[in-house]
Design a protein around this ligand. Structure first.
Ligand code: NAD
Ligand code: UDP
Ligand code: UDP
Length: 325
């Protein structure tokens, strides 16, 4: 049973984004206070509109690159654009967000003795030469390519987490998130799931990059956030990185075909060039998550896509094509 003694004041950076808004909702449901911080670069007020009247919810417009002085018990550090289109829009700002954001949030955690979780990423493995990827793998990342601002920014953030841990005894959690999809993804986000669904619903061509044989493993939002909260609440010795993702691997071509089937769309598939440094395969080894957190994903791609399609359909009927995208 939840008692008032269990209530914590929790900072969620990037809290009005796709994952942060759902996380904030779940933390409020669990009885906590949520301070949601966002600079609204890719997140929107619309994502947290339904929480604004909640008495334990507070929304703060702030950039994590700037210092922040608040009193909190826990920090979920999610602030950072996640889609290649968005993180490559202003790559210098992307690196700053990961690196300065981590420094400021770790400095805050140190001052107020808060527990802090970093939303890291499978991108720290780059274009992996080990498959599936276990946490022990150091990765294969191009340090000077167009994806580097994100990959190296997140790698440096991990470095900072482990140095603050060793140097200042900060209570850290590091979660390596693999491709996640679901309702509240930005319709114009540029990621494959939102692109394909929006294209299918608007009967526009489905843009398949390369030959479509590259693979990803798609995790549904609810499973992911469940793993995130489990990791934050795990015993303190679980400070090593943990992969959270769905180990079922699909080619991007299979994803396109599934979206066409589920939407009943007449869209045709067209080929576009594969972006630079696009990883050819990706699939998490989730042994640690299973053994240490008792976590595993339960939502099949078909089911999760169905719910995501419904969300985008509603968005289109509410706001129309021009405004939704
Ligand atoms: P998102 O773009 O919807 O959310 C990121 C949020 O951070 C947005 O609300 C954005 O406005 C905010 N933000 C960006 N820069 C900021 C700054 N300097 N200061 C304050 N706020 C800032 O993306 P998401 O999918 O919800 O991703 C959340 C986190 O999870 C990110 O850190 C991302 O790198 C990580 N992640 C996500 C995935 C995925 O597949 N969704 C995979 C791996 C890692
Ligand atoms: N910081 C912050 N909020 C706090 C405490 C620190 O934003 O409550 C920032 C601070 O501005 C600093 C960074 O976190 O730049 C790192 O803090 P730390 O104490 O590790 O380093 P120092 O202040 O010694 O540079
Ligand atoms: N992709 C695609 N068409 C699109 C968007 C993406 O074929 O309209 C491909 C992309 O090249 C990559 C995969 O889908 O191989 C996943 O891309 P996404 O941007 O969603 O995530 P990430 O590359 O960061 O895993």
């Amino acid at each position: 049973m939840f008692s008032l003694d269990d209530r914590r004041r929790i900072l969620v950076t990037g809290g009005s984004g796709f994952l942060g808004s759902y996380l904030s909702e779940k933390l409020l449901e669990a009885g906590h206070e949520v301070l949601c911080l966002d600079n609204f670069f890719t997140g929107t007020r619309m994502n947290v509109e339904h929480l604004l009247d909640h008495k334990r919810f507070e929304l703060l417009r702030h950039d994590v690159c700037q210092p922040l002085f608040v009193e909190v018990d826990e920090i979920y550090n999610l602030a950072c654009p996640a889609s290649p289109v968005h993180y490559q829009f202003d790559p210098v700002q992307t690196t700053k967000t990961s690196v300065l954001g981590a420094i400021n949030m770790l400095g805050l955690a140190k001052r107020v003795k808060a527990k802090i979780l970093q939303a890291s990423t499978s991108e720290i493995y780059g274009d992996p030469q080990v498959h599936p990827q276990p946490e022990e793998y150091w990765g294969n990342v191009n340090p000077i390519g167009v994806r580097s601002c994100y990959d190296e920014g997140k790698r440096c953030a991990e470095t900072l987490f482990y140095d603050y841990y060793r140097q200042n005894n900060i209570n850290i959690r590091v979660m390596r998130i693999f491709n996640t999809y679901g309702p509240r993804m930005h319709p114009n986000d540029g990621r494959v799931v939102s692109n394909f669904i929006m294209q299918a619903l608007m009967n526009k061509p489905i843009t398949l990059y390369g030959d479509g044989m590259q693979t990803r493993s798609f995790c549904y939002r609810d499973d992911l956030v469940d793993g995130m909260i489990k990791l934050m609440n795990a015993p303190d010795h679980i400070s090593m990185p943990i992969n959270i993702g769905n180990p079922k691997e699909f080619t991007i071509k299979q994803l396109a075909e599934l979206v066409l089937e589920l939407t009943g769309s007449k869209s045709r598939i067209i080929r576009e060039p594969l972006p630079q440094d696009d990883p050819l395969q990706r699939k998490p080894d989730i042994t640690r998550a299973r053994d240490y957190l008792g976590w595993r994903p339960t939502t099949e791609l078909r089911e999760g896509l169905g719910k995501t399609i419904q969300y985008f359909e509603q968005l289109l009927s509410k706001h129309g094509e021009a405004e939704a995208v």
